[in-house]
Each structure stands twice: as C-alpha cells, then as structure tokens.
Design a protein around this ligand. Structure first.
Ligand SMILES: NC(=O)c1ccc[n+]([C@@H]2O[C@H](COP(=O)([O-])OP(=O)(O)OC[C@H]3O[C@@H](n4cnc5c(N)ncnc54)[C@H](OP(=O)(O)O)[C@@H]3O)[C@@H](O)[C@H]2O)c1
Length: 385
C-alpha cells in the first residue's frame, strides 16, 4: 500500500481521531467519518460512510464496541470493493472478532491496540494483528505508522489477549484506588502520596495520569473512559465465564462513565453508613455485650457456619445468648479487620477477619439498606483450624 492510496477511518472518537490525525501527518490520504458528524483536526471528513468507504483501499474501524462494528460494516458493505482491507482496531469480544473474520474473509485484519491517545499520536502503539499473511503485508506500512506490530494467530486470540491486557490495567486502577483510600484515611497529602507511588509498581500509571489524580480531574479530557474499560472487563468476564473482580469494581463505580479511567482511582471509600453495622458487630465482640449485635443485625438474621463438622444456623436471639456482657479474657490480644466491602445500591457484601486467640474466623456478611439504615441481613463464617 503506498501513500497514494486512501484510508477511510470510521469512528473519530478519542482513538479514531488520534489515529486519523497521525496517519494524515504521516502523508497517508485519510478520509474520516463518525456517527455524530464531529470533525477531527486537520483530517478530511465526510458525512456519508459509504462515500468514505467507496474511495478507500483500507477501511480502518475505531468504534466503541462489537455491535457498533457490526452495524457500521453492515451499513457500508455495499460500498466495499472486493480488494478493500478492513482493519479493525476496536476492542471487542473474541466471539465478535471471530464472527467478523468469518464474514469478511481474508480481507479482514483484526488489530486491537495497546496504548492510548498519546501513543497513537506518537506512533508508539503496540498492535496485536491477526490476519492472513497477504492482508497483513498490505496493511503493515499503515500499522507501522501507528506503532509496533505483533502478529497473533487469529482474530479471536487477538481480541482475547487485548481483553486480558486491559484487565491488568483495570487491576492497576483499582490497586491505585485502594492505595489512595488508605492514604486518605491516614490524612496523607495527595501530592506526597502520588510522589511516593510514582516510585513503585504503579509508577507508570501515576505519572501518566497525575493530572487526573489531583483534585482537578475536569481540567483534562478523558483519554480512555471508565465506560470503555468497564466494557472490556465485562466482555472478558463473559468470554471466560470466570469471576472477575475488576468487572464489578468498575461497573459499580460512582464516577461518570465518560470520565478518564484514572478518575475511578479517586473515588472515596464507601460511606460510613455502610460500615456502621460492621463496626457495631466489632464492638459486640470487643465488649461481649449482645446489645451491639441487636443493633448490627436485622432481627431475622441467621449466623451460619460449620461447627464440629455440622452445619449450624443460629437465629440472632440464640447467637446473642453466647455473649455474657463482658470481654473475653484475652480481648487485649484479639484483633478484627474489615477486608472488603462491595456496595450495590441497597445491598452490600462484606468480608471480615477476626483473630480470636488460637482461632481465626472469616466472616462473610450480606447487608441491606433497611428503612432505618444499613443492617446485616445474614452472616456465614468459616473457622480456620
Ligand atoms: N481510548 C483509549 O485509550 C483506547 C485504547 C485502546 C483501545 N481503545 C478501544 O478503541 C475503541 C474506540 O475507543 P475510544 O476511546 O476512541 O472511544 P470513544 O471516544 O467513545 O469513540 C467511540 C467511537 O465509536 C463511535 N460509535 C459508538 N457507537 C456507535 C454505533 N452504534 N454506531 C456507529 N458509531 C458508533 C463513536 O461515534 P460518535 O462519537 O461520533 O457518535 C466514536 O466515533 C474502543 O473499542 C476502545 O475500547 C481505546
């Protein structure tokens, strides 16, 4: 493919806009189209995707998701020339990528991208390209204007690898959120915390996203949105059919979906109201006073677990009789900590570890927001030997 040939870029969002601009700056003849009609910098645009596609030797897709790719390709199918290559850079599900590869045959190149807008602008993306050798040879000069090409066996694997890579990014964002919450709880200044985090494992992310992590996130335009990353981890969880913590961590994020992913790391810890029944439960153990348990649990709650090899299910009243209104003799050496809490609107789950002398317990709570506030609806526990 030479510079006299035309590239149609369909989708001029964050990535499509940056890609089209980069290719035009590298002397490729680019014509762009996007659903909203928005224009992109110096790139020529048209309001009709069929017009863009009819002129193109290469159609590059930078669309939000699989359904958008299928929709746009269906709309322009009649204008595609038989020798036109479709190069799809969108992050979509493995099954969606397979379907497109099957539908478009040897002229389809699935090429999801590692790296964000600044890498696209600098031609420094990492590109996972799956295609027949001939198609790959034809598009390679274009791909090399955008970054480094890494060949992958098939479209489905390229899509899956991209989702796995983005899950590691989601994990890093959630790890950063945990660190910032702990620092906030210890009243450490944000700038100082970021300075120190920048020296460690999350350093690259903190350095790239620092302006979003300070208390001025609106000052910068999102490069990669929470909505797009949440889409990717949800696709991964569905494709693998394996639980994925980052999927719920991002889906239940109160930050706006069109905010940059870094803003998800700045979301404050759960409100005190959800923690209150758990703290009352801790007070119950610390004092031995069952009144605290009655405040923590709903009256209908059961406390359940395996005791001496048999399943027990205590109603709250029965559980309260186990406490005599005074602390255990070894209370000064006992400790309890809340390990996790996940709030989903009016329900929540929580995990707590209790170190009680020779025994360590893991307590799993189901909480509900009742009319008079959050209460524990049920507890199940495991006693570690
Ligand atoms: N941003 C990143 O850092 C990054 C990095 C690597 C990969 N990706 C992936 O690259 C793709 C594009 O990401 P982005 O960040 O550029 O997203 P974006 O800014 O939200 O842009 C999405 C594009 O898709 C178009 N679109 C969405 N739904 C459509 C539909 N049903 N029909 C037609 N067009 C539709 C939008 O059109 P209009 O806005 O004009 O309506 C826009 O051009 C996504 O798959 C994303 O996961 C993003």
């Amino acid at each position: 493919m030479t510079t006299s040939h035309t590239i149609a870029v369909l989708g001029l969002g964050r990535m499509g806009g940056a890609i089209a601009t980069r290719l035009a700056a590298q002397d490729w003849d680019v014509v762009g189209w996007t659903r909203s009609g928005r224009t992109s910098g110096t790139v020529k645009t048209t309001g009709d995707p069929n017009e863009a596609v009819a002129r193109a030797d290469l159609v590059l897709l930078a669309l939000f998701d699989g359904p958008a790719c299928e929709q746009v390709l269906d709309d322009v199918r009649g204008s595609l020339r038989p020798d036109t290559i479709v190069l799809n850079t969108s992050t979509i599900a493995p099954a969606e990528a397979s379907r497109l590869a099957l539908k478009l045959g040897p002229s389809y190149v699935h090429a999801p991208l590692l790296g964000s807008v600044p890498s696209a602008a600098a031609g420094a993306l990492q590109i996972l390209a799956a295609a027949d050798q001939e198609a790959l040879d034809r598009v390679r000069p274009v791909l090399e204007s955008l970054g480094t090409v890494r060949r992958v066996d098939d479209a489905s694997s390229a899509a899956a690898l991209k989702l796995v890579a983005n899950n590691s990014l989601a994990g890093a964002v959630l790890a950063l959120r945990d660190s910032l919450r702990q620092a906030d709880a210890l009243a450490l200044p944000r700038t100082q915390t970021l300075d120190v985090l920048e020296l460690g494992q999350l350093g690259g992310l903190v350095a790239r996203k620092r302006h979003f992590l300070l208390d001025e996130p609106t000052a910068a335009t999102a490069e990669f949105t929470i909505g797009a990353l949440a889409k990717d981890v949800a696709l991964l969880a569905a494709a693998s059919n394996t639980p994925l913590r980052s999927a719920t961590g991002l889906a239940d994020n109160p930050a706006a979906l069109d905010a940059d992913i870094a803003v998800a790391a700045t979301v404050p810890a759960v409100e005190d109201a959800v923690l209150e029944p758990l703290r009352a439960y801790i007070r119950g153990h610390a004092t031995g006073d069952p009144t605290h348990f009655r405040g923590a649990f709903l009256p209908t709650a059961h406390i359940e677990g395996i005791r001496d090899g048999a399943f027990v299910s205590w109603p709250l009243d029965e559980y309260c009789t186990l406490f005599q209104g005074r602390p255990a003799p070894d209370e000064p050496t006992r400790s309890r900590r809340i390990d996790a809490i996940d709030v989903h609107g009016t329900v929540a789950t929580a995990t707590m570890t209790l170190s009680h002398g020779a025994d360590t317990f893991t307590d799993i709570f189901l909480l509900v927001r009742a009319a008079d506030g959050w209460r524990i609806a049920n507890k199940a526990y495991h006693r570690h030997p």
